[in-house]
Design a protein around this ligand. Sequence first.
Ligand code: PMP
Length: 400
Amino acid sequence: MKRKMVMVPGPIEFSPEVLNAMAVPTANHVSGEFIECFGESLEMLKDVFVAPDYSPFIIAGSGTLAMDISVCNIIEPGDRVLVVDSGYFSQRMADIIRWYGGQVDLLQDKVGDIPCPEDVEKALEKGIYRAVTITHVDTSTSVLADIKNITRVAKKAGCLVIVDGVAGAAGARCQTSEWGIDIYFTASQKAVGAPPGLALLVVSPEAMDVFHNRKTPVMNYYASFQNWLPIMEAYQNRGPAYFGTPAVNNVRALNVALKQIIEEGLEKRFTRHEKIAGAFREGIRAMGLQIVPVKEEKAAPTLTAIYYPNSEGKNLVKYMEEEGIVVAGGLHPEIKDKYFRIGHMGSCCGQDIILVISALESCLKKLDSRYEIGKGLTACRQKLYEINNQVKGKEGPDEQ
Ligand code: PMP
């Protein structure tokens, strides 16, 4: 069987230690051993999201469940919400808000761009909003949002801020509490680095107050904080509790993944993602390809969306798979057939992106025999070399 390297924007390649944790016998979910693992994971979640006084939640489900939980507990029918739209997942957020009776105003920009904090500030002057939602990294466009400054203007306008960190968390910078974000959520399968199956959230005391003071009941049973808050609190106090059986092995794997993040250190991890993404984009540019984000500073550190070079380009995903590298096709409805996406998050290192660029060059040659192999690799390797030498000078060991 041919070995394949999975470079889609989640699920990602997981570390052997994380995968081993999935394979141990499943413990009783109220055993002392598992209570310790769950309690510790909840505490680490607060550390990784830098949200010490927030309520953490780890609940079996995907990232969409985390979106659902964030909305159904906070938004009541008639509440107005400003959705800062950077692509496919902002639209999903808007759908969920409408589902629970909220009124959505979409603040849009062209594909590959995102409204700036000043645009958000102006939009918020036009009405009274309960909340603003932002997608930290939109997985359909690889656009990175300035969540720090958008949160600043939203809080000034008295709004709650919900950030979809599914494709950003643990790869793109976020200081949840310091920046004033009320709900930051993600899913286990992306930069956090554990298999799919867990929705992960931290919720501010202010958002919890809003939940406690609701006038209408939460119209979702499984996702209600009312059912999950006592469970999360019990596990943090190292006591048994039951509402729905936790995904025991997924939580064990998450525990290992969170330890690996903390061991690496957040600053080092964010910097590594930024540097690898920068070197990757350097290679992409040198190959004559164009990325979807309109500006370098709006390009995400966790994945890159790239336009196909020509009309034959749609074969690239298939050609890459033949080279042993699994990448993703387009997702944003407006440009779906014009581009593809490559993830570089979690434990992704310099050598990984060198492999990807090398495979991509072979594919470009297949598309156009005049393509000169080596341009992308040279640019990417040169950048990685510069980065590593800088890093060595300042901080010590090689970061590849
Ligand atoms: N938000 C973003 C930004 C995502 O990238 C995704 C998944 N690609 C989701 C939400 C939904 O997550 P899931 O597929 O795990 O439900």
